[in-house]
Design a protein around this ligand. Structure first.
Ligand code: ATP
Length: 313
């Protein structure tokens, strides 16, 4: 099952789950539309050919959804019964923190569950990386590089808003890799006066353009742009990248991570593990108990924040 927000690489993970399970002699059933599909009994058999030609596609061939009903005790019991009726003996859930909470409840009721971390936000902690993040940052970088061309030609300031309601990982990585003047993220307090002062210092020493990357949870780019224009008079433009960041072909590193974690999730179920997340830590495959995952939201690395500051001075 895929659940919650989609992330590029989910299809590669589905493929790895299906192919590994069949290789190990198991039968696989896909549950469509997350916990909503579970409650509706929206199951379909997944033979080996059902996952052909998807490794390179963004999104999820199983569809995804959010399901309020599954947040209730009654909904969870109904979900559990649906799984029993279908003869399902283990469940792999590809998603984020909320999806893992649902998986934990199913495990408590008696169905072994393993989670695979998929979210472009990269905020699921206790692991090296979340599937989808690398692709999302790559998409943002391609956009920043293009915007930079026009920013230079017209000697403009650009404020670019990227996804991240609670997490600044996309903004920080893209700001660093895209050479942004300032990066504003929800986890670190900032002052727009400092942003303006830095812009003015840059212009004073001959800078022709400036790029400011804002995570949507830190500020709205349109407000930042307005503030800059009012304070400086610089020709300032705003771009909100939005949902392009969620789609597209997964990068090599997302495909490899998804393939490893999908296959590992199956092997964990076969070993009798439950209520754990399949992950890598320092490159090695590990099973992290869900409770440990819930207690460890990834924070932006202090070192990266400092580096972004130093390199943009
Ligand atoms: P993302 O944050 O990347 O969108 P997510 O998995 O955290 O992914 P959520 O919308 O939080 O996304 O959760 C997906 C679904 O998981 C919910 O719609 C709900 O059905 C189920 N879920 C979330 N929290 C719980 C919970 N505490 N108990 C049971 N089920 C839950």
């Amino acid at each position: 099952m895929t659940s919650g927000g989609d992330a590029p690489g989910m299809n590669a993970a589905i493929r790895a789950v299906v192919r590994t399970a069949i290789y190990r002699g198991l039968e696989v059933v896909g549950i469509r539309r997350g916990y909503a599909g579970l409650l509706d009994g929206d199951f379909r058999p997944m033979p080996i050919e059902s996952v052909g030609d998807i490794i390179q596609r963004g999104g999820t061939c199983l569809f995804t959804a959010r399901c309020k009903e599954f947040m209730t005790e009654e909904g969870q019991r109904r979900g559990y019964e649906r799984l029993l009726e279908a003869g399902i003996e283990g469940l792999v859930v590809l998603g984020g923190d909320g999806s893992f909470r649902g998986a934990k409840r199913l495990s408590e009721l008696g169905i072994p569950t393993v989670g695979v971390p998929c979210t472009i936000d990269n905020d699921i902690g206790a692991c090296d990386a979340n599937i989808g993040f690398d692709t999302a940052v790559q998409t943002v970088i391609q956009a920043i590089d293009k915007i930079r061309d026009t920013a230079t030609s017209h000697e403009r300031t650009y404020v670019i808003e990227v996804m991240g309601r609670h997490a600044g990982h996309i903004a920080l990585a893209a700001g660093l890799a895209g050479g942004a003047e300032s990066v504003l993220i929800p986890e670190v307090s900032f002052s727009l006066e400092d942003v303006v002062a830095k812009l003015q210092r840059g212009v004073a020493r001959g800078k022709k353009h400036s790029i400011i990357v804002v995570a949507e949870g830190a500020a709205r780019a349109v407000d930042v742009g307005k503030y800059i224009e009012e304070k400086t008079g610089f020709d300032t433009r705003v771009t909100v990248l939005g949902h392009v960041q969620r789609g597209g072909a997964p990068t090599v590193s997302d495909r490899v991570l998804a393939s490893r974690l999908g296959a590992f999730a199956v092997d964990l179920l076969l070993k009798g593990e439950t209520a754990v997340m399949a992950a890598t830590q320092n490159g090695a495959l590990v099973a992290v108990p869900f409770d440990e995952v819930f207690a460890s939201v990834r924070q932006p690395a202090q070192e990266l924040c400092e580096l972004a500051e130093i390199l943009s001075n």
